[in-house]
Design a binder for this molecule. Structure first.
Ligand code: 5GP
Length: 195
């Protein structure tokens, strides 16, 4: 997605060979116009998948997931990283190791919002080692719902998550795939080439 690649080139900050900071438009301040375009793009790519729910994880997945749900006309659920006082039981849970924070969180979704037969589109801001995707997949499996695909705003193609998840037969659509962050440079994988 050209608009997103241009935004990453203009505003993204390479923190290391492994980590990109995009807090001017996705991870802290949010660019609503860009989120709208991202939502339209995901909705277009998954429009024939019969999606009944969009699932993401707090907090940075919420903005792109929300715009996707709006376009598809389906509810958006976000997994919580900490249990809220009002969410005490009836939970689907999984453990997720955070790539950026280097800590393990128990993530949870209420059983009230995901059910047997739901066709779930998963959305997240970044794909690195695939731990969030696996954790959310575990929650979808517990609910006996079906994962129709994964929509990622920025995939880091040099980390193992994308390959691992595609090898499991899961459809992954990434709007920008970064090939390398070496030498403080963002290099994108050209569309149509394999990772
Ligand atoms: P994974 O679970 O695929 O290893 O990592 C994905 C999660 O880690 C995303 O939800 C995202 O919040 C965070 N993440 C991974 N890599 C980056 C990165 O380079 N920059 C930022 N801002 N977040 C990242």
């Amino acid at each position: 997605m050209k608009q997103l690649q241009e935004k990453i080139m203009k505003d993204g900050k390479v923190l290391s060979d492994q980590v990109l900071k995009v807090d001017t438009f996705l991870n802290h301040q949010i660019d609503p116009e860009l989120m709208k375009a991202i939502g339209e793009e995901f909705a277009n790519r998954f429009k024939d998948s019969g999606v009944t729910k969009v699932l993401t994880i707090e907090s940075s997945g919420i903005a792109p997931a929300m715009m996707t749900g709006l376009e598809l006309g389906v509810p958006v659920i976000f997994a919580r990283k900490r249990k809220s006082l009002t969410m005490t039981d009836n939970l689907l849970t999984a453990s997720v190791h955070s790539f950026t924070k280097n800590e393990t969180n128990e993530i949870s979704v209420s059983k009230d919002f995901l059910e047997n037969g739901d066709k779930v589109l998963m959305i997240d801001d970044f794909l690195a080692n695939g731990q969030v995707v696996l954790g959310l997949k575990e929650i979808i499996d517990q609910a006996k719902a079906h994962l129709t695909g994964v929509g990622i705003v920025i995939e880091k193609g040099f980390q193992r998550g994308g390959t691992m998840i595609r090898e499991e037969g899961i459809r992954v659509e990434s709007l920008a795939i970064i090939e390398s962050l070496q030498n403080d440079q963002v290099t994108f994988k050209e569309e149509g080439t394999s990772i």
